[in-house]
Design a protein around this ligand. Sequence first.
Ligand code: PEP
Ligand code: MN
Length: 374
Amino acid sequence: MMPVKNWNVDFESNINAKQQPIYENIDLLNEIAKKLASFQPIASFDKILTLRQKLANLNEDSFIIQGGDCAEPILNDPTTYGRKTEEFFNEITEILKAKYKKTIKIARIAGQFAKPRSQKYETINGTTFEVYKGDLINGFEFNKEDRKPDPLRMIKGYEHAKKIYDLNLDFYTSHEGLLIPYEASLIRQKDNHYYSSSGDFIWIGNKTRFINSYHIKLFSKVINPIGIKIGPSTTKEEIDFIVNKLNPNNENNKLIFISRMGVKNIHKKLPSLLKYTQKMNYNIIWICDPLHGNTYKDENDIKRRSFNDIISEVKLFFNICSDNNILPSGLHLEMTYENVSECVKQNEPNEEPYLSLCDPRLNKHQTLELLKSL
Ligand code: PEP
Ligand code: MN
């Protein structure tokens, strides 16, 4: 419910954006947004163009690997986190080399800290607070103070993201473009183009990609490649809206559809959408997120995903794409180099900690095994 005002790009106002926090102090919010708009860009215009160039040249020999935390923490010292992520991506590339000549590495990092949630509130032992929405919005600790949305967190997020980006690591950065005041304030202009300087690659989540979505309209102005999560409820009309808004010139290096159907739905839902995009001659790069359609709660009410389901969805995705003459161009994963037991793998003891701030991630061993199976 956020009227956009006083920010450097004057997009249509009075349109409700879904999944936005309600800030108590609107004057402070606008002050922070103005401040952000005066800061240096995070992502570089030229780097974004190199990513567009790489996407223009995709073929059977190339593979997009996008991955990282579900919810990135905002850290005081993001340098180690950035460097360890780079090392992890290098290990991943070594494995992908066996099958693909070129990998395009895109980390969920330097901005992946605003989360869409299905519930507004969380109740533990009879006490209710707002749900955790990511470090950019509120805090993880279960108490009133932490759970209150605080606009000052946007400055901390910016600083964390900028530090990581300025390390010039060997990957592109990406995140879900969710929090409107943050994202709108970081849209910049260069050479007569708008670009999102909050990250190299921005995607729009499954909960905010509907017809007339504020998020789609906001990002329709920028030259960055844009991802869209495509869940089982996606309709052909929504695809028309997305394509018309985000890729009106039907360029081949602009729109990435991230299929996240779930192993149970993919064979029912994906083929007709692929056929439709073919029939309409839409230029779309298809990749698969085999995690988000496969989440369940275990007997302790903890979010889990089964490694078997993840592997199965990836296989089905590749098969369904090739049946429909579509190039399966890569994967989008929630993964970490940390030793965790979050996703469940048969015969793997569940003895490492659960450290994710939100959804369960593949640990290093699981990630590498999945990529070896391609
Ligand atoms: C995510 O990628 O963390 C996410 C929320 O995904 P989706 O929008 O596909 O549910
Ligand atoms: Mn997630």
